[in-house]
Design a protein around this ligand. Structure first.
Ligand code: ADP
Ligand code: ADP
Length: 228
């Protein structure tokens, strides 16, 4: 599903953000990525959806070698990977419905298919009644639900989230986690960078810990392992 072989990322300023990663994530897994700020978590994740290119090594996603993928094929890759950010990144001038529908409209689905699929994912995240609202009319938790709905509307096999609960209060964070659990229980692979110790230690999954650009721990049903 996701495989990295001897992957290295050195930024143009000389920072070695990821140094020699060998890791394999199988279909249906739920993986937390933990570690101190600046450890390389975001860089690791960004390489999975080709936001960053490795300077060395091979990255396979569903057998597709994305380290050598031509730039014009990146949109194709992105249709098979849902991405969720800490700051939601919704389009402010579009409604909830339109933010979610957007990803389907670009692949020329029929209007009937778009509507039924958008309503299905809005139902899943509990936001069907707010389909007509704009992002700035929603709470942070609701905005994150919209961004999750948007990320799964194309039925990707992998969902990648970079600190999805980083801007949310604890209670809202648990609600958001329940949605990720539901998505994962339906067979979607989830990779999530997080600083949320309570969540990692309670909803147990594989934990990959990164420090100074290296994988220092990789455990099934691991714990968070840091003080905060
Ligand atoms: P984390 O997500 O664990 O906080 P990052 O992957 O964001 O870590 O960063 C890893 C290292 O790479 C840090 O030293 C950071 O300063 C550096 N870095 C991240 N992005 C860039 C960039 N675009 N250019 C240069 N250095 C970067
Ligand atoms: P249902 O038939 O499942 O109850 P509705 O047709 O009542 O769904 O739509 C629910 C909400 O979804 C509407 O209030 C509207 O905001 C939004 N919606 C539905 N279709 C569209 C569309 N094509 N463009 C924008 N918003 C839409």
């Amino acid at each position: 599903m996701i495989e990295m072989k001897d992957v290295q990322k050195m930024y143009p300023n000389g920072v070695m953000a990821v140094n020699g990663f060998n890791v394999r994530i199988n279909k249906g897994e739920f993986v937390y990525v933990v570690g101190p700020s600046g450890a390389g978590k975001s860089t690791f994740i960004k390489m999975m959806y080709r936001e960053e290119k490795p300077t060395k090594g091979t990255i396979l996603i569903n057998g597709m070698n994305i380290s050598t993928l031509k730039d014009h094929k990146v949109p194709f890759l992105r249709r098979h990977i849902g991405v969720i950010f800490q700051d939601f990144k919704l389009l402010p001038k579009l409604t909830v419905y339109e933010n979610v529908a957007f990803a389907l409209e670009v692949i020329e689905e029929t209007p009937e298919n778009i509507k039924s699929r958008v309503m299905e994912v809005l139902e899943l995240v509990g936001l069907k009644p707010k389909a007509r609202m704009f992002p700035d009319e929603l709470s942070g938790g609701e905005q994150q639900r919209v961004s999750i709905a948007r990320s799964i509307v194309n039925t990707p096999k992998v969902v990648i989230a970079d600190e999805p609960t980083g801007n949310l209060d604890p209670e809202t964070s648990w609600d958001i986690m329940n949605i990720f659990e539901e998505i994962n229980s339906r067979g979607t692979t989830v990779v999530m960078a997080t600083h949320n110790k309570d969540i990692v230690n309670t909803i147990r999954h594989r934990v990959i810990a990164i420090e100074n650009g290296q994988i220092v721990r990789d455990e099934q049903r691991g714990d968070y392992g840091y003080e905060s």
